[in-house]
Design a protein around this ligand. Structure first.
Ligand code: SF4
Length: 159
């Protein structure tokens, strides 16, 4: 029972959260505070995915700010899209957006998603994410750090 008494005595130990960032968008009704996110890799080098993994890991812990990854766009309020959009991924990306119920938010994560980044002249690239689907929030960086990703998500959750 010592461990139980210690839990009661110590409580939850976390670093204090930094101040919430300014809202990036006016979140749709019902999305603020609890954001279910489906990640879509539209043509990334996977550098952004490594940082997203860090953002949702125990150190940066995006879930404490109300952001949570889900396995299906049908369960999601938001899409977190990484990478340029390759020709093969344009239609799946459009279909994934269409499968995400309204209200929804599309978040472009990383320079490739924002402006094609280092893959600007690559032959298989159709465009940036905004060339294919409407984008509500942008998280710049190549790759963005977990802190920047968490800040971008907090700008939607408002926490
Ligand atoms: S922004 Fe950088 S890390 Fe992210 S997919 Fe593009 S090249 Fe890779």
């Amino acid at each position: 029972m010592d461990w139980f008494r210690k839990i009661l005595r110590v409580g939850r130990v976390v670093e204090p959260a930094p101040d919430a960032p300014e809202p990036a968008v006016k979140p749709p009704e019902g999305v603020r505070g609890s954001l279910q996110i489906r990640h879509v890799d539209a043509g990334s080098c996977n550098g952004c995915e490594v940082e997203i993994g860090g953002a949702f890991g125990p150190v940066y812990d995006a879930e404490q700010y109300g952001a949570r990854l889900v396995a299906s766009p049908r369960h999601a309020d938001a899409l977190l899209v990484t990478g340029v959009v390759t020709r093969n991924m344009a239609e799946p990306l459009r279909n994934t957006v269409a499968a995400t119920p309204q209200p929804r938010v599309v978040i472009a994560c990383g320079d490739c998603a924002l402006n094609r980044g280092v893959f600007t002249d690559a032959y298989g690239v159709l465009g940036a994410v905004a060339d294919v689907v409407p984008v509500d929030v942008e998280i710049p960086g190549c790759p963005p750090t977990p802190t920047e990703i968490v800040a971008g998500l907090r700008s939607v959750t408002g926490k």
